[in-house]
Design a protein around this ligand. Structure first.
Ligand SMILES: NC(=O)c1ccc[n+]([C@@H]2O[C@H](COP(=O)([O-])OP(=O)(O)OC[C@H]3O[C@@H](n4cnc5c(N)ncnc54)[C@H](OP(=O)(O)O)[C@@H]3O)[C@@H](O)[C@H]2O)c1
Length: 235
């Protein structure tokens, strides 16, 4: 595939996805976009929660000599200095709900809004966003993690609606929501002790699985919520 691929989020999974795309897709220009530069060669500074940054991204894509073909959103937040996944109702704080919705639901859909004008009408275009299985309402058996769960559910709903709109406007566009498994990154670090060793994926393994899945999707598959093994996760 010839064109521009943007990987958004320079964390564990995002960086590894960019590396893998870069090493396997010779004709793609792969640019990693995030708040923190790392060793990846092509980097655009980008804050997905900041309106000016979204506008700058639009200008950069506009000026880029190749057509946009792939956008992979690998940003997200489960915990931060103030944000601790809630174990029970009494742990809920308005600020934490807002923080989680800001990064896990609102930012990804505004990213989609930002790139929409660059979607090709007559060739394939992939927009994949990393959600999380815990965002599944049907699969929620243990409760807890109110903010993160609800924000990822909201992300799923927003992109489900978008997949319907885009299938009318852009017949070759494919939206995929992905669960990467439990992956060894900063995001999962505080919770890894409960994860059996064989269920904790390296970023390399998760990225390979996710990229293979993205490649397999056809336009008729748009709007699916898929786990790393290709299985459909209930909404
Ligand atoms: N790891 C897992 O087990 C797991 C499981 C299920 C789903 N996921 C999902 O997978 C995705 C990737 O997570 P990860 O595991 O790779 O975690 P990670 O290493 O913490 O990466 C998350 C990235 O999101 C970036 N980010 C947060 N806010 C941002 C902003 N405003 N602008 C730009 N970048 C921002 C972070 O950048 P900063 O460093 O600048 O904050 C960080 O680089 C997330 O959506 C996560 O919810 C992960």
């Amino acid at each position: 595939m010839n064109g521009l691929a943007l990987v958004i989020g320079s964390g564990g999974i995002g960086t590894q996805i960019a590396e893998k795309l870069f090493s396997t897709e010779n004709e793609l220009d792969v640019i990693l976009c995030g708040r923190k530069k790392n060793n990846f060669l092509n980097f655009w500074e980008f804050d997905i929660e900041n309106d000016n940054s979204l506008e700058n991204l639009k200008n950069k894509i506009h000026d880029y000599p190749k057509d946009l073909r792939i956008v992979i959103n690998a940003t997200g937040r489960l915990h931060s200095e103030k944000l601790i996944p809630e174990k029970r109702l009494q742990h809920l704080e308005k600020e934490n709900l807002l923080e989680s919705f800001s990064i896990n639901a609102i930012a990804p859909i505004l990213l989609a809004k930002t790139v929409e004008e660059f979607i090709p009408k007559d060739s394939s275009f992939n927009f994949a966003s990393i959600s999380a299985r815990v965002g599944s309402i049907g699969d929620n058996k243990t409760g807890g993690w109110y903010s993160y769960r609800a924000a990822k559910s909201a992300q799923n709903q927003l992109f489900k609606s978008l997949s319907i709109e885009w299938s009318r406007k852009f017949p070759h566009a494919i939206i995929t929501l992905l669960h990467p498994g439990t992956v060894n990154t900063n995001l999962s670090k505080p919770f890894q002790r409960f994860v059996p060793e064989n269920k904790l994926f390296s970023t390399e393994k998760a990225s390979n699985l996710l990229l293979n899945l993205i490649k397999q999707q056809k336009a008729t598959d748009t709007g699916k919520f898929l786990a790393w093994d290709g299985s459909i996760i209930p909404w």
